[in-house]
Design a protein around this ligand. Structure first.
Ligand SMILES: [Zn+2]
Length: 391
C-alpha cells in the first residue's frame, strides 16, 4: 500500500513539473492608452510601398504581457489598434515546429522549406524573394533587425544559403543584392579576420567594399541620422544589438530606412525584424520579452505614422512562430500582478497573430498559411511571377 502511494505521489509530482516548467511574476501597471479606437480601414487602391514587420517569436502571450506591463489591462498597444487581424499557421516543410529561417522563407518566397534553410528549398534550388522582385521593379528595398543583419530572418529576403549559419557568405551576397538599406548588428561578419571582433576566416573587408560601392557606413545613431547617402550600411554591434540600452532603437532605424526608401518614386519594400523577442522567449525571461515588445511597438508606430501620411503603403505586423510556450494563468494579487509560465525554451507550433493596415488590408483577415501571406502581398502589391524559382 505504502509503495503504491509513493508511486502515485511521484507520478503526480513529475506531471506537475512537466506541465509548468518555469514561472515568474510581472507587475501590471495602471491602465493608460485606453482609447481603443482602431486605425481606420484605408480605401482599397494601389500599393506602392510594403512594410513587413516580423516580431520573431511573438505570440499573443508575448504581446499581451507587453501590454499589461506597458499600458495595463485596459490599455492598447499601437499594434493592437491596427484595423485588421489574421491568424498564421507556421509549420515548415520538414517539421510542425518551425525555426526562423523556414518561417521567414515562407513569407519571403511564398514557399515551404526545411528548418535552417534560407530562401533555399528542400530540393536545393533557390526561391525568388519579394524583395528581389521589388528590386526588379525598380523599387528600393531595406532590411532592419536587432539581431545580426545576416541572421536567418533578414537573410531570407536577400540571400540564398543552405544553412542559416553561413552568415559570412550571407554578408557577401548582400553586397550584390541591390538592397539600399541594411541596419542592425553583426559587424563580426563584415570585417577581416585580423580585426578585433571578426568572425570571418579571410581577409575580406566587406565594410570597405560596401563603401566602395557607394554605401554610407555608420556605427552609431548620430552618424546614422546625419548620413545622407542614398544607400546605407549600419552595423551597431559586433553581434546582436544590446537589449537593455539599445541605440539606435528599432523605431529610429525604421525611421531612417523610410527616409531613404521613400525617396524612390517607384516605391519600396522594407522588412523590419524585432529579432530579440524570440531571444527573451528562449531565455524564458519575461522582462526581456517586455523590453523587446516595447521596441517593436514603437517601430510599428513609426511605420503606421508614415503609412497614414502616405496612403499607398501596406503595413503587415506578424511573427514567424511563438517562442517559449508562454502563458499566464494566475494573477497573485488581483489585477496588479501576473504570473507567467513557460513550457519550453524553444519554439512552439501555436499559430501566430497578424495585424494589417493599408489598402486591401481586409484580405489578411482570417486564417492563413504563412506561405499565403507572401503570395497575398505579391498579388496586392503587383509583384509579378510570385512564387518563383530563382534561375
Ligand atoms: Zn528562435
Amino acid at each position: 500500500m505504502k509503495k503504491t502511494l509513493v508511486l502515485i505521489a511521484s507520478i503526480f509530482l513529475i506531471n506537475c513539473q512537466m506541465i509548468a516548467q518555469k514561472s515568474e511574476t510581472i507587475a501590471v501597471i495602471e491602465s493608460k492608452n485606453v482609447n481603443q479606437a482602431k486605425l481606420p480601414l484605408v480605401e482599397d487602391g494601389p500599393i506602392k510601398n510594403v512594410i513587413l514587420i516580423i516580431g520573431d517569436g511573438t505570440g499573443l502571450a508575448q504581446i499581451t504581457t507587453g501590454q499589461y506591463s506597458l499600458v495595463g489591462a485596459d490599455g492598447f498597444l499601437t499594434l493592437q489598434r491596427m484595423p485588421v487581424t489574421g491568424i498564421v499557421r507556421t509549420h515548415a516543410a520538414n517539421t510542425l515546429i518551425t525555426d526562423s529561417a523556414a518561417g521567414a522563407t515562407a513569407y519571403s518566397c511564398g514557399k515551404k522549406t526545411d528548418n535552417g534553410k534560407v530562401a533555399w528549398l528542400p530540393d536545393g534550388r533557390s526561391c525568388k524573394t519579394l524583395l528581389e522582385i521589388a528590386e526588379e521593379l525598380g523599387k528600393s528595398t531595406g532590411l532592419v533587425a536587432t539581431s545580426t543583419i545576416t541572421h536567418a530572418t533578414p537573410a531570407s529576403f536577400a540571400a540564398h544559403v543552405e544553412s542559416r549559419g553561413m552568415q559570412t557568405t550571407i554578408a557577401e551576397q548582400y553586397l550584390d543584392s541591390g538592397v539600399e538599406v541594411f541596419l542592425g548588428g553583426g559587424k563580426e561578419f563584415f570585417i577581416p579576420q585580423d580585426q578585433e571582433g571578426s568572425s570571418r576566416k579571410d581577409d575580406r573587408n566587406l565594410v570597405e567594399e560596401f563603401k566602395a560601392s557607394g554605401y554610407g557606413y555608420v556605427e552609431n545613431v548620430q552618424e546614422m541620422k546625419e548620413n545622407d547617402a542614398d544607400r546605407i550600411l549600419g552595423l551597431f554591434a559586433d553581434k546582436g544589438m544590446p537589449s537593455e540600452v539599445r541605440t539606435p532603437t528599432l523605431s529610429e532605424m525604421t525611421d531612417k530606412a523610410l527616409e531613404i526608401l521613400s525617396a524612390n518614386e517607384e516605391g519600396f519594400f522594407l522588412m523590419v525584424e524585432a529579432s530579440q523577442i524570440d531571444w527573451g522567449g528562449h531565455e524564458n525571461n519575461a522582462e526581456y520579452v517586455i523590453r523587446e515588445v516595447k521596441d517593436l511597438d514603437a517601430a510599428v508606430k513609426t511605420a503606421l505614422d508614415f503609412a497614414q501620411e502616405d496612403g499607398e503603403t501596406l503595413v503587415i505586423v506578424t511573427a514567424d512562430h511563438e517562442t517559449g510556450g508562454m502563458t499566464f494563468q494566475k494573477s497573485p494579487s488581483g489585477t496588479k500582478e501576473l504570473e507567467i509560465f513557460w513550457t519550453t525554451d524553444y519554439h512552439t507550433g501555436i499559430p501566430t497573430p497578424l495585424m494589417a493596415y493599408g489598402p486591401h488590408a481586409m484580405r489578411f483577415s482570417g486564417w492563413h498559411d504563412n506561405t499565403a501571406i507572401g503570395i497575398l502581398i505579391a498579388e496586392l502589391a503587383g509583384y509579378p511571377g510570385f512564387p518563383a524559382i530563382l534561375e
